[in-house]
Design a protein around this ligand. Structure first.
Ligand code: ZN
Length: 158
């Protein structure tokens, strides 16, 4: 197993391995007092109060990787996202075959013009898929602009 999950399937291999270590199903994990506590803790934190992509204050917690599930580092890859964007990141990863981690980074981290230049070809492909998704999810122009998805696929993610 590579250190970082790159493909969609690897995301779930990482999650399942972690859950196996913890001896709990994902369903029960989400119902656990541990997860409830963690969710509660995020409520009081500024950076979890709004969707990272559109500033909606109706948020869900999103694991960009399950690598740290059940550990003291669990919160660091967790993002607050509205239902719409949470769904979009998952669907985008599923459709393109990239890991949830990379999909999350695409949608949240990129505004680097230099990265776009370097990854021009990939950018075009991703942009096409992105446009299809915006259509599928019926995104408003405002939502599209809020994506910060100036899709730069940098080498460090591939
Ligand atoms: Zn949102």
């Amino acid at each position: 197993m590579k250190n970082l999950e790159m493909t969609y399937n690897e995301t779930w291999v990482v999650r399942d391995n972690k859950l196996k270590e913890l001896n709990i199903s994902y369903e029960n994990f989400l119902k656990s007092p541990y997860w409830s506590r963690l969710r509660l803790m995020t409520r009081s934190k500024e950076n979890y109060s709004k969707c990272e992509l559109c500033n909606s204050d109706k948020v869900e917690l999103h694991h960009s990787t399950y690598k740290w599930i059940g550990t003291s580092r669990e919160l660091s890859p967790i993002k607050a996202l509205c239902h719409h964007h949470h769904n979009m990141i998952h669907e985008f990863a599923k459709e393109t075959g990239i890991s949830i981690r990379i999909s999350t980074n695409l949608f949240t981290a990129y505004s680097d013009k230099e990265a776009i230049k370097q990854g021009k070809l990939v950018y075009k492909e991703i942009h096409k898929v992105y446009n299809e998704y915006c259509k599928k999810y019926n995104c408003s122009l405002e939502q599209r602009r809020s994506y910060k998805l100036v899709v730069g696929l940098q080498q460090r993610f591939y």
